[in-house]
Every structure is written in C-alpha cells, then in structure tokens.
Design a binder for this molecule. Structure first.
Ligand SMILES: Cc1ncc(C[n+]2csc(CCOP(=O)(O)OP(=O)(O)O)c2C)c(N)n1
Ligand SMILES: [Mg+2]
Length: 345
C-alpha cells in the first residue's frame, strides 16, 4: 500500500489475510474437483481475492449484493457457505439458494444483468428507508453491455444508494480490456452520469477496503450512486473450459503472478510484525480443513439427476415440459442400464 494504511484493528488485518488464504485454497481445490468430474464448469477467481474481500469488508450485514459468477471469495467473506459454489458448479438446485439470512442474490451468468437487479434493490432500499445500500459487482466486459449504462443512468436520475463495482481483471474471456473499451478507465465513465468514480489498485486489500469504506458510507448517508473500478488481474483461466496460454503470453502471466495480492499482503503483514511462518502454516491448515469440510458437504448432498432441471421452473409443469422431462429421464436411465454408470450432473 502507498500512503497511510486505513485505521483498522489488527484482528481485521489478519482476518483478511486468513480469508485470502482460505479462498485461494478453495479455488485450487474447486479446479481439481472439476478435473475429477465432481463438479461442472467453474470460474476461478485467484488473483482477485484482495479486490473481493476488501470490497465486501465495507458492507453492513443487511446490505444487498448482486454479483457475477466470479465473486465467491467476496461472497464467502460476507457469509455465504463454502459449499455454495460447489453446489452451484455441480448443478445442484440448492446452488442458487443463498442463505435466507443474507441479502445476496444468486450469482449471475448473463453478463451485466445483475446491474439492473442491483438498481432495483437500491431503489427498494431507498423506499424502505432502513439505511441499506445495494452493491453490484461485475467485470470489465460487462461495461460494454447496455445494462451497464441503463443502470448507471437510472441510479443517477433517481439518486439511489447503489455502489457499482467493476472488477477490472484485464480480460473478458480472451478479449483484453484495451479492445473492450476506448476509454482510459472504467471509472471515468462516472462523469457521463454526473456521479463519483474511483479507480483503485484492487490487488491492494488495504487500499480497496479504505476506498470502499468511504464510498459505502457516503452512498448510505447521501443516497447517491458511486462507481468504483478495482484494477486487478485474473491469474488463471476464464473457466475450467478455457486455456489462457492460447491468447496471452508468458510475460504477461509472469507479471500477473508478481503482482499476486496474497504475496503483497503477506509481505506487508510480516513487515508489520502481524504474521510469521508459524501463524501462516496454521492458517493454511485451517483453510485446508474448511475446504475439506465443504467438499464433504458436497459429497453428502449427493448427485443430482439431470431431469430435475425441469423441477423448479413452474409450480405446475406444462404438458410439454413434462414430456421433455420424462424423455430425458428415460434416456438417462437407459444409458445407465447400458452400464455407462454415473448420471448427469
Ligand atoms: C449477455 C452475455 N453475453 C455473453 C456471455 C458469454 N460470456 C461469459 S463470460 C464473458 C466475459 C465476461 O467478462 P467480464 O465481464 O470481464 O467478467 P470476468 O469473466 O472477467 O470476470 C462472456 C462474454 C454471457 N454469459 N452473457
Ligand atoms: Mg474481466
């Protein structure tokens, strides 16, 4: 961090690092689970832990969050159980059921769509007058969607307590950010809507937490929207279905690894006398057991039959869907009887 560190209790500083290690461990395990066929497609977030945790650290427990599929480190920090992303990637119906106690929407895969949901939540929060704010988190690619501009416009016109957080990780699958937009920053787009815009080093958890805290306080008090761009880097692939070595060179990957937020933050905490090798080893062990626990919970929930995909769409299934469900069920069962085993997830 450059400048004055935020005025935060030492416990919090160490806790952020504990969460970063836990989520890095989780991310690597989830990748392996996909390779083992235990979950389906998964979008890794390694490299973005500081941006995500720093960002969520500013929220109140009853604030709203509408995020994308790559936000699990932040969501876990906010209270979403670690098994949730695993259920989600396994296609389990409970994967979309966020805990009732949290105001967190299910993850959004349609790029940019959560911005409009976030504006709706901010509007509701304003009408309810309970001091809640709505944070919407999205990628650099999402800023090219019409939804982004509609959301910022409406939030500005209606003066809504909305925080728009762009996780600029430099890539939208294989499209680099300089081909995504012809502006110098995402943050400068705030000007067009006459709202404040901030550009922050998202690989610095302290800087992120500090800016986010002042932004969230301001949005809550003044009931105005703000746009924040967290500049970070996706260290891994877009998803388990992607191979980034086909579109970015080794030099860039190495530079990304050198700016790893975990390495930076560990160095800071060590220099402050808040972290040593023994404490770090202990945290790593705790992270491992938290992740093991989540994986055991996934196994306990069991596999989900493919035809259940039809089950929760309508209260009463229309005849056409009933027919399709039946057909899929017969096919899968016949496939299994043939000795193919398993079952779809
Ligand atoms: C409306 C829409 N268009 C296209 C896609 C396909 N798609 C999935 S992820 C992605 C890139 C998104 O990039 P970004 O917003 O930067 O988020 P990141 O994946 O980097 O977190 C695209 C184009 C989609 N899911 N939804
Ligand atoms: Mg991106």
């Amino acid at each position: 961090m450059v400048g004055t560190p935020p005025n935060v209790a030492e416990d919090h500083l160490v806790d952020w690092f504990r969460w970063m290690i836990t989520m890095r461990t989780f991310d690597q395990r989830a990748w392996n689970l996909q390779r083992q066929g235990k979950i389906g497609t998964y979008a890794p977030f390694s490299g973005q832990e500081a941006a995500q945790i720093g960002c969520m650290s500013a929220l109140r427990a009853d604030d709203w969050i509408a995020s994308s599929y790559r936000e699990w480190a932040g969501l876990a920090y906010f209270g979403v159980p670690l098994v949730q992303p695993l259920l989600s990637s396994a296609g389990h119906p409970d994967g979309g059921c966020m805990p009732e106690s949290l105001n967190v929407l299910p993850i959004q895969v349609v790029i940019g769509a959560q911005l409009l949901h976030g504006v709706g939540l901010a509007w509701a929060s304003k009408l309810q007058q309970q001091g809640r704010v709505a944070m919407t988190v999205f990628g650099d690619g999402a800023t090219s969607q019409g939804d982004f501009h509609e959301a910022l416009n409406l939030a500005s016109v209606m003066k809504l307590p909305a925080i728009f957080v762009c996780q600029n990780n430099r890539w939208a699958i294989s499209l680099p950010v300089e081909r995504q937009m012809n502006v110098r920053s995402v943050a400068q787009r705030a000007l067009a809507y006459d709202i404040d815009g901030f550009r922050v080093d998202g690989n610095d958890v302290l800087a992120t937490a500090q800016v986010m805290r002042s932004v969230v306080d301001r949005v809550r008090q003044e009931q105005v929207p703000v746009l924040v761009e967290l500049v970070t880097y996706r260290l891994g692939a877009h998803t388990t279905a992607d191979d980034p070595t086909r579109y970015r060179d080794a030099g860039e990957q190495a530079a990304g690894a050198a700016a790893d937020p975990l390495v930076r933050y560990a160095a800071y905490l060590t220099a402050q006398g808040l972290l040593d090798a023994a404490a770090r080893a202990r945290m790593q062990q705790e992270a491992q057991s938290a992740v093991d626990h989540a994986v055991a919970e996934l196994e306990r929930r069991g596999r989900v039959d493919a035809w259940t995909v039809f089950d929760q769409v309508y209260a009463t299934r229309p005849a056409q869907l009933e027919e399709q469900r039946h057909e899929l069920q017969q096919r899968v069962l016949a496939h299994r009887a043939d000795g193919a085993g398993g079952g779809a997830r």
